[in-house]
Write a protein that binds this ligand. Structure first.
Ligand code: TYD
Ligand code: MG
Length: 602
C-alpha cells in the first residue's frame, strides 16, 4: 500500500525524503551545529503552512523572540504556523498529541529534558527516552514529526547515532559553514529510496533550492589548471556533474600522505595502485590530496576515470580538456568498465555545454548518437593520458618517458586477459604470496576476517574478489594493493640487461629512476639505478622503514644529512640509516649515476 505523502513544494526537500513526508513517520535530521537545520525545517513548515497545513515548531533551544526573528527573516507569517519555545519533555509530548497538526518539528532532541530521569539533558538515556516517547505519540496520532539532532565531529554528543534505528528516516544536512552549499541526504528511509539528495544554498533569506546542482558544483571550477577533471555522477535518479581535484606533490620524506574528501578511500587506493602499475607513475612517495568539490560524494565506481584523470593531470602538470567529462569504472588490470545510467550522464554533460565525453567503450557503443558532443571510447587506463591531454600526444614528463600508446607485447597480452569477463590471476597470486609469508588459510582468515572457504575459492580462481576483500588481504600481507595486479612469475634468478629495468616516471626534471630489482612481490631486496642529469638543487630522499645503501657510479653527489654534508664521487658509497633525513644534489658538472639498495617499499 503506498503511503500518503505530504509535499512541501520545496522540491529538493521532498526529493530527499523520497517524494514527500509520510504521515505518522518519525524523521531524524542530523547535522553539525550551525549548518542550517533549524532554518531548513522552519522553511519547510512555512511552505506547508502556506498550503494550509497546520504545523507546529517546538524549540527547546531558542527563545520566542529568537524564533520570531528567524521566522521574519524567512518571511513566514501564517496563523496555522504554531511556534512553541519549550524544553520540558512531558509538555512537548502533550502539545504534539493535542495540536492537531499534520507536521511537527522538535528542535532539538538534545534540548528536551525529562525530570523523571536522573541524568542530564542531552545524555544518551535522556535522548533515548525523549525519542521513544515522541515515537509513541507519533505512531498513535496523525502527525509526522521531525526530530533535530546535533552531531559533533568528535562524536562527543553521540546522540543521533543511538537514535538511528528507532526512527523511520534519517536525514543529514551536510556542508561546510564557510561555504553556502548544503546537501540534504537520506541515509535510511523506511518509506523510499535513500539515495536521492536535495541541494540548497544558504543566503540572507534562508535556504534557496538549487535545481541545477551540476552548475553549482562546477561554478568555481578553475580553467586551465592541472589536477582538475569533471565527472558525471548519478545521485539517486539524478545525474550530477562534479569536479574532482587532485594535488600530487613530492617526493616527500617517507611514504607519501594521502588525504581525501568526498571520494571512496579504497577506490582511491586502487586508482593509485593502477596508475603505478599500469602507467609506471612513481606515486609511493608523493603526497596526494583528492577532493570532490562542493561537498558532493563521488564514491561510485563511475568516478574512477575522473579520479585517475585528476591524479594524472596533477602529477604530469598537464591541463585536462576543460570541456571534457569523464566517467567509467577502472578495474584491477586498468581496464575501463561500463557503468549504468550512461545516457543520463551524457545528457547532463550535453546540457551543460560540455563537448567531449571519455567513457568506457561499451558505454560509448551503446549510446544513442547526436546531442552535438563527441563520445570518445576508452578501453584501458593507458589510453587516458593521450585522450585527456589531447593537444600533446603521450606524456613525456622526463625525457625517459616514452609515448604511452606504444605498448609492449606483454602489456598487450595482459590487457587482453583483463577484458571484462575474463579473470585475472589474482587468486593464484594470493595463494603464492600467502605461502611465501608462511600463512595457513585459517590464519589468513583470522587476519582478514574473511571466511577460509571464501579465501580458498578465491585462491582457486573460482570467485573474483571485491575491492574490499583485496584491501584486507593486502593489509594482512603488509603489501601494496598493486602487488596482486600483475602476473607474478617466481623465477629463481632474474637477469636484466642494460636498460631493461622498469623505468619510473618522475616529475623531477632530469631525474630518472630505473628499478633493477625488487618489483616482484617476493623480492626482499630492491635495487634502483638513479640518474641525475645536470647539477641540481638538493632533493629530499624519502626516509624509509629500512636502511639504504648508495654506491656512486659516476659524477659528483653531495649528500646533506642533518647538519653534515658529504661529497661522493665514483666508487664512493654511503650507508644510510632508515631514520636519517637526507638530501641529494648533483654538485658536479656532468651527470650523476647512483646504485641504491634497500628493502622494497611495501
Ligand atoms: P541554523 O538553522 O540556526 O543552524 P542549526 O539549526 O543547524 O544549528 O542556521 C545557522 C546559520 O545559518 C547561522 O550561522 C546563520 C545562518 N543563516 C543565514 O545565513 N541565513 C538565514 O536566512 C538564516 C535563517 C540563517
Ligand atoms: Mg538550530
Amino acid at each position: 500500500m503506498p503511503e500518503a505523502r505530504l509535499k512541501t513544494g520545496m522540491e529538493e526537500f521532498d526529493r530527499a525524503l523520497g517524494g514527500g513526508i509520510v504521515a505518522r513517520s518519525l524523521i531524524l535530521l542530523g547535522g553539525d551545529p550551525g549548518i542550517g537545520k533549524s532554518t531548513l525545517l522552519m522553511q519547510a513548515l512555512g511552505a506547508l503552512a502556506r498550503l494550509n497545513e497546520r504545523v507546529l515548531y517546538i524549540s527547546g533551544e531558542e527563545s520566542p523572540e529568537q524564533l520570531k526573528l528567524r521566522a521574519d527573516r524567512l518571511g513566514i507569517l501564517a496563523d496555522n504556523f504554531l511556534v512553541l519555545a519549550e524544553n520540558r519533555f512531558e509538555t512537548v509530548l502533550s502539545h504534539i498529541d493535542e495540536s492537531q497538526c499534520s507536521v511537527v518539528v522538535v528542535d532539538s532532541v538534545q534540548s528536551i529534558f525529562s525530570p523523571s530521569l536522573d541524568s542530564a539533558a542531552g545524555s544518551v538515556s535522556q535522548i533515548r527516552h525523549v525519542t521513544a516517547g515522541i515515537l509513541d505519540v507519533v505512531k498513535r496520532g496523525a502527525a509526522a514529526c521531525f526530530l533535530v539532532g546535533h552531531v559533533t565531529k568528535d562524536g562527543v554528543l553521540a546522540g543521533p547515532k543511538v537514535l538511528e534505528h528507532m526512527v523511520d528516516t534519517v536525514l543529514s544536512f551536510e556542508g561546510e559553514r564557510s561555504h553556502p552549499y548544503r546537501i540534504l541526504r537520506a541515509s535510511k528511509n523506511r518509506f523510499g529510496s535513500s539515495s536521492e539528495i536535495g541541494v540548497f544554498e544558504m543566503g540572507d533569506r534562508g535556504l534557496q533550492e538549487v535545481a541545477n546542482p551540476s552548475e553549482l558544483f562546477l561554478s568555481e571550477r578553475p580553467e586551465g589548471v592541472s589536477g582538475s577533471a569533471v565527472t558525471a555522477l548519478v545521485e539517486g535518479t539524478r545525474p550530477i556533474l562534479a569536479e574532482i581535484q587532485a594535488l600530487v606533490t613530492g617526493p616527500a620524506p617517507g611514504q607519501g600522505r594521502r588525504t581525501w574528501l568526498g571520494v571512496d578511500s579504497q577506490r582511491l587506493a586502487l586508482m593509485i595502485a593502477v596508475l603505478e602499475k599500469k602507467l609506471g607513475l612513481a606515486l609511493a612517495d608523493q603526497d596526494i590530496f583528492l577532493n570532490a568539490v562542493g561537498g558532493v560524494r563521488a564514491s561510485e565506481p563511475a568516478a574512477d576515470l575522473a579520479v585517475a584523470g585528476a591524479l594524472l593531470s596533477s602529477f604530469m602538470d598537464r591541463v585536462a580538456g576543460s570541456r571534457t567529462v569523464l566517467f567509467g569504472e577502472v578495474g584491477l588490470a586498468g581496464e575501463a568498465r561500463r557503468v549504468s545510467n550512461a545516457e543520463g550522464r551524457i545528457a547532463e554533460a550535453a546540457r551543460l555545454g560540455f563537448t567531449r565525453i571519455i567513457a568506457p567503450k561499451a558505454n560509448v557503443e551503446a549510446a544513442a548518437p547526436g546531442r552535438g558532443l563527441k563520445l570518445v571510447a576508452i578501453t584501458h587506463i593507458k589510453e587516458l593520458a593521450s585522450l585527456l591531454f589531447q593537444e600533446e600526444r603521450g606524456f613525456a614528463s622526463g625525457a625517459e618517458a616514452g609515448p604511452v600508446t606504444k605498448r609492449t607485447q606483454g602489456e598487450k597480452k595482459l590487457e587482453e586477459s583483463a577484458k571484462p569477463g575474463t579473470r585475472l590471476r589474482v587468486g593464484p597470486n594470493i595463494r603464492e604470496l600467502r605461502k611465501r609469508k608462511g600463512l595457513s588459510l585459517p590464519k589468513l582468515a583470522k587476519l582478514t576476517g574473511i571466511a577460509a572457504s571464501n579465501l580458498s575459492s578465491l585462491e582457486l580462481n573460482k570467485s573474483s574478489p571485491t575491492l574490499n576483500t583485496l584491501v584486507r588481504i593486502a593489509a594482512a600481507f603488509n603489501m601494496k594493493l598493486g602487488a596482486f595486479l600483475d602476473e607474478v612469475v617466481y623465477e629463481k634468478a632474474v637477469v636484466r640487461r642494460r636498460g631493461q629495468g622498469r623505468k619510473l616516471k618522475t616529475n623531477i626534471p632530469g631525474h630518472a629512476v630505473e628499478i633493477l630489482a625488487g618489483d616482484e612481490p617476493h623480492h626482499t631486496l630492491e635495487a634502483r639505478l638513479v640518474t641525475i642529469r645536470a647539477p641540481s638543487k638538493p632533493l629530499a630522499i624519502p626516509s624509509r622503514e629500512t636502511d639504504l645503501f648508495v654506491y656512486c657510479l659516476e659524477g659528483e653527489l653531495t649528500v646533506q644529512i642533518e647538519n653534515s654534508g658529504y661529497t661522493l664521487k665514483a666508487g664512493d658509497s654511503l650507508y644510510l640509516l632508515a631514520s636519517a633525513v637526507a638530501r641529494f644534489a648533483n654538485s658536479g658538472t656532468g651527470a650523476v649515476r647512483l646504485l641504491l639498495f634497500g628493502a622494497p617499499l611495501t
